[in-house]
Design a protein around this ligand. Structure first.
Ligand SMILES: *Cc1c(COP(=O)(O)O)cnc(C)c1O
Length: 486
């Protein structure tokens, strides 16, 4: 008997499969009625401490464990009251697209096949969105961390005046410097480490009171590095910083890059997608002048995880950085390999999933204007939350709300900074453990901050109203607890 991993009862698979699809649609429909987040219990933790399965388990049993042990304890970011970090909610159509992509199980290496056509079209849409021409290049990746890595790799490779792919940095006397504001996401630092640049050569520039890069300070650092014989290689501009949602003056950064002959990369993980909204896109003035743009679709555009993108204005520099000739991947005149270039020439990965399908289906189904309107809705909601907090005498806003992120803390007279940090951290933990809301935290100028980031197409203003009541309730409890030591 020869074996296969297929079922020998396709009718039964249809029954279970239909049940799974129905269950997931109901789960999404009823998400508001669930806890935002529930800590996995000890029995759940123990459940995942079992040895490698060597023998089969019936599908219905496996699925039953999914329902009891996995679904109730996931990260919660689909919930209308989840405002932690920067997370998207996904969409119903994205969920179905993922199932189709899994069914087709396309490997998006490249090739002359519909999957390549879909991804290339999606990339062209995204280039158009950012003001790039179709001659520029791009690739869908897991997220902005990978996209930043790609952008910075191409920056380094194109600014080196020797064959860096061959020689590496081993023999180089050239010291390449990268510039970004102090508010920059750590994926930039990670890329700097992994590229062999060394974080000593990442200049973290001061910000102004709106947490945007201080361009005068940037210029003076660049000039000093030139005087010191170093090579300014790349400026990273932020389109939405992770702490406060600040957008650097991209136009000014583009001008500096041009004048100083430096690569200009934009980390637009959060807010580059504001280009989908005609009223908001002016916040990103200058983005089209960037040499490379990294951004996420799984955050504010709500495409299912994972979906990020890097686009590079000069496609040759992009492929020069990533392509390696190999006999087994040669492009042919006809047949499967008869298309043009392959995605593996633009990224680290060879085998890749069919991420493009969910983007393609979701964009078509809702139209990008609607996704853009929902971002504006979140910005209005963040302003509303800010206005509610402003009215509270014991709450202090820690940063201006320019976008969808609100940073604040409970502050009571005669409590010192150390105690305030402890109190506010405790408030965040109790919010999370309560299961009704989820916010995260950061530090703003050293002060522990409760941080609400509304990248959520399911949130309503009343959710924010109730959140403020909850914060006040927890703070009150905390102050009345005799055993709680500040
Ligand atoms: C989230 C984020 C990243 C990293 O993106 P991933 O999709 O999580 O890899 C980079 N920069 C900023 C500003 C972010 O908010």
């Amino acid at each position: 008997m020869e074996e296969t991993l297929d079922t020998n009862d396709w009718n039964y698979l249809q029954v279970v499969g239909s049940e799974i699809v129905k269950d997931m649609i109901v789960h999404m429909e009823q998400i508001r009625t669930k806890s935002v987040w529930q800590q996995p219990s000890q029995s759940v933790i123990d459940f995942f401490d079992k040895p490698l399965p060597t023998k089969p388990t019936p599908l219905n049993e496996v699925y039953s464990d999914v329902k009891t042990q996995i679904i109730p304890y996931t990260s919660g970011n689909n919930h209308p009251r989840f405002w932690g970090w920067v997370m998207g909610n996904g969409t119903p159509v994205g969920m179905l697209a993922e199932m189709i992509a899994a069914g087709l199980n396309v490997n998006m290496v490249g090739g002359f096949q519909s999957g390549s056509l879909v991804e290339k079209q999606v990339l062209n849409w995204l280039k158009e969105l950012m003001g790039y021409s179709n001659e520029s290049s791009g690739v869908l990746v897991s997220g902005a961390s990978m996209a930043n890595f790609i952008g910075l790799s191409v920056a380094l490779n194109s600014k080196a005046n020797f064959d860096i792919g061959k020689e590496g940095l081993q023999n180089s006397k050239d010291k390449f410097c990268f510039y970004a504001s102090k508010e920059t996401h750590n994926s930039i630092e990670k890329a700097i480490k992994l590229l062999g640049i060394g974080t000593d050569y990442l200049r973290l520039i001061d910000v102004n009171e709106k947490f945007e890069i201080d361009t005068a300070k940037l210029l003076s650092d660049i000039h000093q590095d030139k005087i010191d014989g170093l090579i300014p290689c790349c400026i990273v501009g932020n389109a939405g910083t992770v702490n406060t949602g600040a957008i650097d003056n991209l136009k000014a950064l583009a001008e500096i890059s041009e004048a100083e002959n430096i690569w200009f990369h934009v980390d637009g993980a959060i807010a580059a997608v504001l280009m989908m909204n005609e009223n908001l896109k002016s916040k990103l003035d200058g983005i089209a002048k960037a040499d490379s743009i990294a951004f996420d679709l799984h955050k504010w555009a709500h495409i299912q995880y994972e979906a990020g993108c890097c686009i590079i204005k000069n496609s040759r520099k992009h492929s020069d950085t990533f392509s390696i000739d190999s006999d087994y991947l040669e492009i042919t005149k006809r047949g499967f390999s008869g298309g043009d270039d392959w995605f593996c020439d633009y990224t680290i990965e060879l085998s890749r999933g069919f991420k493009a399908l969910k983007v393609w289906m979701a964009f078509r189904e809702s139209g990008i204007e609607k996704i853009g309107r929902l971002m504006e809705q979140n910005i209005v909601q963040a302003k509303y939350l800010e206005s509610l907090l402003e009215k509270e005498s014991n709450i202090e806003l820690l940063a201006p709300t320019n976008l969808n992120i609100v940073c604040f803390r409970v502050n009571v007279p005669e409590v010192d900074e150390t105690a305030l940090n402890i109190i506010n951290e405790e408030i965040v933990l109790r919010i999370q453990e309560g299961g009704k809301f989820l916010s995260s935290y950061t530090r703003i100028n050293g002060k522990y901050s409760i941080r609400v980031c509304i990248t959520n197409h399911r949130s309503k203003s009343e959710d924010l109203f109730e959140f403020v009541s909850e914060v006040k309730k927890i703070a009150k409890q905390l102050f009345s607890e005799k055993n709680f030591q500040f």
